[in-house]
Design a protein around this ligand. Structure first.
Ligand SMILES: C[S@@+](CC[C@H](N)C(=O)[O-])C[C@H]1O[C@@H](n2cnc3c(N)ncnc32)[C@H](O)[C@@H]1O
Length: 217
């Protein structure tokens, strides 16, 4: 018998099956509010077009749409993108949200964006994010921003081994190797914040924040 207690894949070998199970079981948790860093960073920005990469339940998408952004939201789980479309319609935001299923290792959504945001785009399966994030940088309009917020450390409630090391924003920027004549790294740092886990536990957690602008506007 396989011991799944410390297995972040919970015995799955297929990422689609893993994320589908998680969203079928997890209901709508995460849809009611944006990630803490999103309002902090883009709260004062004028609305435009945004791509929410690996949107999950869609708290970021719904918050952005509520502030006038036109959002394309994509995720590997059809369960979560379909629910997000329904939630957007229920809130009268249906005309501002297009939720699409994409396995980003295979396909990337069409369009040009003022903002591409990817919050906690982590998976327990093998995934080379570099080509995805390079495609995201290419999908920016001149003057647009790529905002990547990663976990910077392992919070007590995560089903990840304590020794796991997430890439730093500097390492991600280095791997992206964007042409400095066209893209500027505006911010690459590791701020801390107080967070509350699903079981109510609180802890100080670190985020890895990378903000890149496509120049030429
Ligand atoms: C940790 S969750 C973060 C979700 C959301 N951004 C948030 O902050 O709540 C990671 C997300 O990545 C998605 N994901 C994992 N692998 C993916 C892939 N290959 N293509 C698209 N989405 C993927 C998962 O379905 C999941 O929604």
């Amino acid at each position: 018998m396989t011991d799944t207690a410390h297995d972040p894949t919970r015995g799955h070998t297929d990422p689609v099956a893993f994320w589908e199970e998680r969203y079928r079981d997890g209901g709508g948790a995460g849809a009611d509010r944006p990630n803490a860093r999103l309002p902090e960073i883009v709260g004062e920005w004028p609305p435009g077009t945004v791509l929410d990469l690996a949107c999950g339940p869609g708290g970021d998408t719904l918050w952005l749409a509520g502030r006038g952004w036109r959002v394309t939201a994509v995720d590997i789980s059809a369960t979560t993108t379909e629910r997000l479309g329904e939630r957007a319609r229920e809130r009268g935001l249906g005309d501002r949200v297009r939720a699409e299923r994409h396995d980003l290792s295979e396909t990337f959504p069409a369009g040009e964006f003022d903002l591409v945001s990817a919050f906690y785009f982590h998976t327990p399966f093998e995934l080379d994010r570099t080509p995805v994030l390079r495609a995201a940088a290419q999908a920016l309009r001149p003057g647009g921003h790529l905002l990547l917020v990663d976990h910077g450390d392992v919070a007590p409630w995560m089903s990840v081994d304590e020794s796991h090391r997430f890439p730093t924003p500097q390492e991600v920027a280095h791997a992206l190797a964007l042409d400095p004549a066209e893209w500027t790294v505006v911010r690459a740092d590791r701020p801390q914040r107080e967070a509350t886990g699903p079981d109510g536990t609180t802890a100080t957690v670190t985020d890895g924040v990378l903000l890149v602008r496509r120049d030429g506007a």
